[in-house]
Design a binder for this molecule. Structure first.
Ligand SMILES: C[S@@+](CC[C@H](N)C(=O)[O-])C[C@H]1O[C@@H](n2cnc3c(N)ncnc32)[C@H](O)[C@@H]1O
Length: 233
C-alpha cells in the first residue's frame, strides 16, 4: 500500500518522494496545476443553482486556481484543502489579490482525513486528484459522505480510450462505478488531446527551466532525481 508521501508525489507526477520538498520551487510559475477553472465554472453555471447558502469544497485544491475563480465568479463560499503549505500560502495570497479573501477558506490538510469530517457540501471538486483516496470506486464512496443529498461532484480525470490501463479506467468503467455508488452522470466536457498536449508542453517548459536552476543549487548526487521529474511530468 502506498504511503501518503508516495501518493502526494504521484499526484504531481514526481517519481520519487525525495522530490517533494522541491515541488514548490519547480512548480512556482504555475498557478493552475490540473483543472481548468473556466471549464469548471462552465459546468457549474450550466447545472447548479447557486444560492447564498451554496457551499463548495475543493479537495486537493493546489494553489487555489479553481477555488478562487469560482468564488470570484459565483460570489460564493469555497473551502480548499491541500497538503503542501506553500501551495496554500499562494492560494491565500491569490484570494486576496482577486478580492475574494472573505469567500475563501484555505487550509493545509490531508484529504484522506478531511473526507471523514467535511459534510453537507452542495458541490465537491476533485480536480486531478489521482488515487489519493483509493481507486475510483473508493473515492466516489468517500466523497458521497461529504456531499449533500442531491449535491454535485465535479471530477477532472481522464478516460482510457479503449482498454483500461494501470492509470486510467474506460468511460464504461466509470459509468459502472457511478451506477454502483448511486451517482448519476449529469454532464461531461471532453478536452481534446491536442489541446491537452499544448497545455502540458507550456507547463513542461516552465518546469524544465526551474529544474535547471535547481540543479545548480543541489549536490550532483541529486541531479538524476530532478532530471527524471522534468522528463515525465
Ligand atoms: C495535480 S495537483 C491538482 C491541484 C488542483 N486541484 C488543480 O487542479 O489545480 C494535485 C494536488 O494534490 C495535492 N495532494 C496530494 N495528496 C494530498 C492529500 N493526501 N491531501 C491533500 N492534498 C493532497 C498536492 O499537493 C497537489 O496540490
Amino acid at each position: 500500500m502506498k504511503t501518503t508521501e508516495e501518493k502526494l508525489a504521484k499526484s504531481l507526477t514526481a517519481e520519487s518522494t525525495e522530490l517533494i520538498p522541491h515541488l514548490p520551487y519547480l512548480l512556482q510559475d504555475l498557478w493552475e496545476m490540473g483543472s481548468s477553472p473556466k471549464d469548471m465554472l462552465e459546468l457549474v453555471r450550466k447545472h447548479i443553482h447557486v444560492s447564498m447558502k451554496t457551499k463548495v469544497l475543493d479537495l486537493e485544491c493546489g494553489k487555489g486556481a479553481v477555488s478562487v475563480y469560482l468564488a470570484k465568479e459565483l460570489g460564493r463560499r469555497v473551502k480548499g484543502i491541500d497538503l503542501i503549505p506553500e501551495f496554500i500560502d499562494v492560494a491565500l495570497e491569490k484570494a486576496e489579490e482577486f478580492g475574494v479573501g472573505e469567500w475563501c477558506e484555505f487550509v493545509v490538510g490531508d484529504i484522506t482525513e478531511a473526507v471523514k469530517t467535511e459534510k453537507d457540501y452542495d458541490l465537491v471538486i476533485l480536480g486531478a486528484v489521482g488515487d489519493v483516496l483509493g481507486n475510483a470506486d473508493e473515492t466516489i464512496r468517500l466523497i458521497n459522505n461529504t456531499v449533500k443529498k442531491d449535491g454535485y461532484i465535479l471530477i477532472d480525470d481522464a478516460y482510457a480510450k479503449e482498454k483500461a490501463n494501470a492509470n486510467y479506467l474506460t468511460r464504461e468503467q466509470w459509468l459502472e462505478i457511478f451506477n454502483n455508488t448511486g451517482v448519476r452522470l449529469v454532464d461531461e466536457k471532453i478536452i481534446e488531446e491536442d489541446e491537452l498536449a499544448s497545455i502540458n508542453n507550456d507547463q513542461q517548459e516552465q518546469i524544465v527551466k526551474r529544474a535547471r536552476e535547481l540543479k545548480e543549487k543541489l549536490p550532483v548526487s541529486m541531479w538524476p532525481m530532478v532530471s527524471r521529474r522534468t522528463s515525465t511530468c
